[in-house]
Write a protein that binds this ligand. Structure first.
Ligand code: ARG
Ligand code: GLU
Length: 716
């Protein structure tokens, strides 16, 4: 080989390696009409960006639907079969369950269309088109406008733009801000409202490992469930009707059961909810030092109390399972997030970035001064707001999230202050809320939680955010005495009479008179007053200032680094993230492989345990190695991880291969990488997916639901 050829090959290799490294360090959740096709192809994608997103021909985006209140789903058959997570379908699966026919425990497989179960309120939304409308929305804006003037003008422009855009009657259009209000996009959507439950594995597969394994790798969960979209005769969205027919999609995902390997290209398409990637270091300091520790320490105590009571009492265990899961889900995520932010030196990294931004050579002195002023103001606001933020974080956790009794009392205290016009509307809302809360409420257990919460609030929050007599409540014993008394004199706990019948059978005046005599409401009301007078006005002011500063800071970042590609923070709009299947090293001396297998599921098995029990049928299939065409070599792959940058809302998102075939189902992230919402780091941020072959194996071999397999397009 000639020296120069060798050199150029070497140069080329180094170039590709460095390109790959660059591509890998960013992460990112990109709008599908703005994909960097070149980079995706360099990383291994074999199809064109047009095949992912095309508004004149069917493309992959036509198979992706926002599911329910915050998940993603995808169409996997020409008859509108919709795949999502088990935890995304959980609420609906539970709503069809009774003690005698418990779909959560037993699983469910409709054996024909007639058996597919309608779900009130469940919707699936497709994106038809995305258009940038920044110039229309920001038209007429003046730098000297106040925040109020700015918001008013933008709202007027949005209304004008909306009325000028055309759409079909069964479509909607939303206009949303991106990059903190520096850009605006319009989304044309179609929302289907007749979504029926078709199949779900039992929780022992769909929620295997439950809270212990949640946010963790290695993982062994078959977190999937299957629904179907129904449409009217014209294939358009329609409310539930028995005359509706299975939806014929513009596009559905082919499924590949080919072998997977480490380093394979992987992309995820879905609706990520919220990220905050462009905050200043001062904001991250507040998250690490104030917000997360407050939430974690309060929920620590709640979870301890719930856990002990759930272990002692079977009925409590069932009642509190879902509540415990959601309290624990946030708690565990924030612990991981804080550790990850600290371990990856996120604050220092942001500080260095700020220094770089301030020193950029191509900016005028004027601009440099402006940028310095933005960062200084933000720093000041974050520092001075710490005590307000701590108080409001505590307030929300204590009086709203962890104690259900306090939450009801707060709602009723607000009802007492409702004027004539809003009373009935608010009352109906509260009754609906009460029906949900009381279904799984245990007033004695909630008293224990509430006492602990109140004493923590009294102990850890400054006197100016307390009410008279609070010194006493620092002692848990005083809280217990107090709450015993309140619990015995309240409609909320049932001791004074039945709250729901009082609300639904009396006139406004009688209701108000009765609520005024309620000891719990009288106790909570001064706290709510304090919040309204001392915390909330400050927070409103502070948010207004920060909105404007963050918008200007974002603008400065976009300008200072014109060669850096900035993805817009997640805001529940459709995004694509790409990366590769990859293991990771969470700690010195440990390396996690990217795949888990059915042997690992069996290793974790604990008979009759509520998290790690397994169905016999699955054990038999394992013992007989009866995997059909779904195995890889001798093994059944169950879960795998990749460097895809995902967040809450990406649950149920399809994971696709270099050809755009469905190969996995996103459902979680690894614990060490949950800081990716604030500071993505490709060395430890991984998303967790169920291998599509495990899903097919469960549908086919475990459930025998061949009619579903027959609908799909499977590539071998
Ligand atoms: N951590 C995953 C997601 O936010 C899964 C949550 C459901 N699973 C559970 N065990 N709680 O949100
Ligand atoms: N389980 C999450 C969800 O419900 C996805 C995990 C994450 O936050 O990445 O959307």
């Amino acid at each position: 080989m000639k020296k120069s050829t060798f050199k150029s090959i070497l140069f080329f290799c180094l170039l590709t390696i460095s390109l790959q490294i660059n591509a890998q360090t960013g992460g990112g959740m990109w709008l599908p009409n703005q994909l960097n096709e070149k980079e995706m192809k360099e990383m291994g994608m074999k199809i064109s960006a047009k095949q992912l997103f095309n508004t004149s021909n069917p493309s992959i985006k036509d198979a992706i639907a926002h599911f329910g209140r915050g998940c993603t789903s995808e169409v996997i058959s020409p008859k509108g079969l919709l795949l999502t997570n088990h935890h995304c379908g959980y609420y609906y699966i539970q709503s069809h369950s009774t003690v005698n026919n418990d779909l959560l425990t037993n699983g469910f497989w409709a054996s024909n269309f007639e058996e597919e179960k309608p779900n009130e309120g469940l919707k699936a939304t497709f994106i038809v088109d995305i258009k940038e409308v920044t110039s229309q929305i920001l038209k007429g804006l003046d730098d000297n406008f106040s925040e109020e003037q700015r918001n008013q003008l933008i709202q007027d422009n949005i209304d004008k733009t909306l009325s000028a855009l055309t759409k079909e009657i069964y479509q909607e259009i939303d206009i949303l801000p991106f990059y903190n209000g520096n850009q605006y996009y319009a989304f044309v959507t179609e929302t289907y409202e007749d979504i029926r439950l078709v199949g779900t594995p039992p929780s022992s597969i769909g929620k295997y490992g439950s809270d212990t394994d949640n946010w963790m790798w290695p993982r062994h969960t078959g977190d999937f469930s299957i629904f179907r979209i129904y449409a009217d005769k014209n294939n358009h969205p329609a409310k539930y009707s028995k005359d509706n027919v299975p939806y014929k999609p513009k596009y559905y995902l082919p499924i590949s059961i080919k072998e997977k390997k480490e380093n394979d290209f992987s992309f995820v398409y879905g609706f990520p909810g919220k990220t905050q990637e462009y905050l200043p270091s001062s904001a991250i300091e507040q998250i690490i030092e104030v917000i997360n520790p407050s939430r974690i320490s309060l929920r620590n105590e709640t979870l301890k109390i719930l856990d002990q009571n759930m272990r002692e009492n079977k009925e409590i265990k069932i009642k509190y399972a879902s509540k415990y899961a959601s309290i624990a889900n946030g708690w565990k995520k924030w612990i991981g997030e804080n550790q990850g932010l600290i371990n990856t030196h996120a604050i220092q990294k942001k500080k260095d970035y700020e220094t770089k931004l301030l020193k950029q050579t191509n900016a005028s002195d004027d601009e440099k001064n402006k940028n310095l002023a933005i960062l200084t103001s933000m720093d000041e606001i974050y520092k001075t707001s710490n005590s307000f933020i701590k108080a409001s974080t505590y307030f929300n956790e204590v009086f709203y999230y962890n104690s259900e009794t306090f939450r009801i009392a707060s709602l009723l205290s607000n009802l007492l202050n409702s004027d004539n016009r809003n009373f009935e509307k608010n009352k109906d809302k509260i009754i609906k809320n009460l029906n949900k809360i009381y279904k799984n409420y245990d007033s004695e257990l909630d008293k224990k939680v509430s006492a602990k919460m109140l004493s923590m609030y009294s102990m850890n929050i400054e006197p100016r955010f307390q009410i008279a007599g609070h010194e006493d409540y620092e002692k848990i014993s005083s809280c217990e005495v107090l709450l015993n008394n309140l619990w015995n004199n309240s409609y909320i706990t049932g001791s004074k009479g039945d709250l729901r019948s009082i609300l639904s059978t009396n006139t406004q005046q009688i209701i108000k008179n009765k609520l005024k005599e309620d000891a719990l409401i009288s106790f909570i009301s001064p706290y709510i007053e304090m919040y309204k007078n001392k915390i909330s006005p400050y927070l409103n002011e502070y948010e207004k200032k920060l909105d404007s500063l963050q918008r200007n800071y974002m603008k400065a970042q976009l300008k200072a680094f014109p060669n850096k590609k900035f993805f817009p923070d997640a805001n529940s709009t459709l995004r694509v993230t790409y990366g590769k299947i990859d293991g990771y090293s969470p700690k010195d001396g440990i390396y996690y492989k990217p795949f888990t297998t059915l042997s690992g599921v069996i290793e974790k098995y604990v008979p009759n345990d509520y998290e790690f029990d397994l169905p016999n049928k699955l054990m038999t299939l394992y013992n007989e190695k009866n995997y059909g065409p779904y195995s890889q070599k001798e093994d059944m792959i169950v879960n795998y991880i990749a460097t895809n940058h995902t967040t809450g809302g990406n649950s149920g998102s399809p994971a696709l291969d270099s050809q755009g075939n469905l190969v996995g189902l996103n459902f979680d992230r690894v614990w060490e990488g949950t800081m990716s919402d604030i500071n993505y780091n490709s060395s430890i941020c991984r998303n967790i997916m169920v291998d599509i072959r495990y899903i097919l194996f469960i549908i086919d071999k475990f459930a025998g639901a061949n009619r579903l397999i027959n609908e799909m397009k499977i590539i071998k």
